[in-house]
Design a protein around this ligand. Structure first.
Ligand code: G
Ligand code: G
Ligand code: G
Ligand code: MN
Ligand code: NA
Length: 254
């Protein structure tokens, strides 16, 4: 309850922040966008991990206003970038199950698009397969509506959730994010290598893009390049960093 109360106060005080982690084209390492990752530094508690506070936010319902704040922040960043000649970059935002089933998402996104004058193709919405499978029929409908708006859609943490491959043909998605748990031991664990290999093949056979998460080493990058994954994300290319730093990061590599 302490954390929950503290989070409400932080939200009211504008004390949450986001970091951006680069997403790169696999072949070249060129930055094509970033994932938006929520950060909370509390004056008394110090830095609190999203893995700790997001589950609490989800249980308490705080995730709805908090997730809304993240979406607004992402749209504002895209507007800044557009005005600054960085409009080729995409931002990926994580959606929680509650946001996704809440019913207010579509109208809120429409509002934000209009307010900031954003091309929805610049924004990718990530949902985990577990969240997607809570109510597959609702998910199917909402994804179609989001796609009709022009948003990009990705399945996060692919392969770790309670799900079925059948949804891949049921849902209108653009990209699969291979969970970093499969990437970590890709060079030493033949099972992980096989899973990653098969996932890339499956994605491509279905006409979907694929991004590998948690890429930390040149060897992992090489493995993924050999298998023709499309994109990658991980410490090798860049840690999550404040938005201002990310802008410099992109400039320095352009
Ligand atoms: O750096 P990392 O520790 O940021 O993120 C940990 C977890 O928190 C990830 O699973 C990520 O999906 C989740 N997460 C980070 N930011 C957000 C957010 O804005 N909304 C939601 N729902 N989850 C987030
Ligand atoms: O939404 P998702 O669970 O995919 O959030 C990405 C998480 O992965 C964040 O917690 C982020 O900090 C973390 N992360 C990003 N790149 C790497 C990496 O190269 N190695 C490890 N161990 N974690 C990473
Ligand atoms: O190894 P070094 O610290 O210079 O790597 C910095 C960055 O340079 C890496 O994160 C990667 O983006 C890029 N890089 C490193 N090695 C290679 C390579 O073999 N091929 C390409 N295209 N880029 C590389
Ligand atoms: Mn994610
Ligand atoms: Na993930």
């Amino acid at each position: 309850l302490l954390l929950e109360n503290r989070m409400w106060a932080t939200l009211e005080n504008g004390g949450f922040d986001v970091h951006l982690q680069a997403q790169v084209e696999l072949e070249t390492g060129r930055v094509i966008g970033a994932e938006v990752l929520l950060r909370w530094h509390d004056p008394e508690l110090g830095s609190v991990e999203p893995g700790r506070f997001i589950p609490i936010a989800e249980e308490s319902g705080l995730i709805l206003p908090l997730g809304d704040w993240v979406l607004a922040r992402a749209m504002a960043l895209l507007a800044e970038w557009r005005d600054d000649g960085m409009d080729h970059l995409r931002l990926a935002v994580n959606l929680s199950a509650r946001q996704f089933s809440g019913g207010a998402l579509l109208s809120r996104l429409d509002e934000l698009l209009a307010e900031h004058g954003i091309d929805p193709a610049r924004m990718e919405l990530e949902i985990t397969e577990t969240a997607a499978m809570r109510d597959p029929e609702n998910t199917r409908r909402l994804l179609l509506q989001l796609r009709a708006r022009g948003f990009k859609l990705a399945i996060d943490d692919f392969g770790t959730g309670y799900s079925s491959l059948a949804y891949l043909k049921l849902f209108a998605i653009d990209r699969i994010k291979i969970d970093r748990g499969f990437v970590r031991d890709i060079e030493t664990n033949p099972n992980d290598a096989a899973i990653v290999d098969a996932t890339i093949g499956l994605a491509h056979a279905l006409g979907l893009g694929v991004i590998a998460e948690g890429v930390e080493t040149l060897a992992q990058w090489g493995f993924l390049r050999d298998r023709n994954s499309d994109e990658a994300q991980g410490y090798l290319f860049g840690r999550p960093m404040p938005a201002r730093e990310f802008r410099e990061f992109v400039r320095a590599r352009a």
